[in-house]
Design a protein around this ligand. Structure first.
Ligand code: FES
Length: 117
């Protein structure tokens, strides 16, 4: 017996911008992009100065539904950078360290300087 497993072809994420507007973004799977690259391509004001090396902290976003999605744990270099950024919550992440995958489906993030203390 052959079991049929449906495979997702794209995911949706929700991005709250500086004005509080929430935009839905559909991202095709199978592309080798991280979330910082997706946000930049969608026109968000994400600098990403270091190009995804976890060295600049200019790609930070607050994850609003951490308990509903399964993101990879922050590694030591991401944690060290986040410690220096003074986020208001424990839910900040460097978007350059989040490779797009299906576990990110329905992720909600806030992209704003207001996430910093
Ligand atoms: S792009 Fe520099 S820390 Fe993410």
């Amino acid at each position: 017996m052959v079991s049929k497993v449906s495979k997702m072809e794209s995911i949706k994420i929700f991005v709250e911008d500086v004005e509080g507007t929430i935009n839905e973004i559909e991202i095709p799977l199978g592309i080798s992009l991280n979330l910082m690259e997706v946000l930049k391509s969608e026109g968000y004001n994400i600098e990403g100065v270091c190009g995804g090396m976890a060295l600049c902290g200019t790609c930070t976003a607050e994850v609003l539904n951490n308990n509903e999605v399964s993101l990879r744990e922050a590694d030591n270099s991401e944690m060290a950078m986040l410690d220096n950024l003074h986020c208001k919550t424990d839910n900040c992440r460097l978007t350059c360290q989040l490779q797009v995958n299906e576990k990110m489906h329905l992720l909600k993030i806030k992209v704003s300087e207001k996430i910093f203390a």
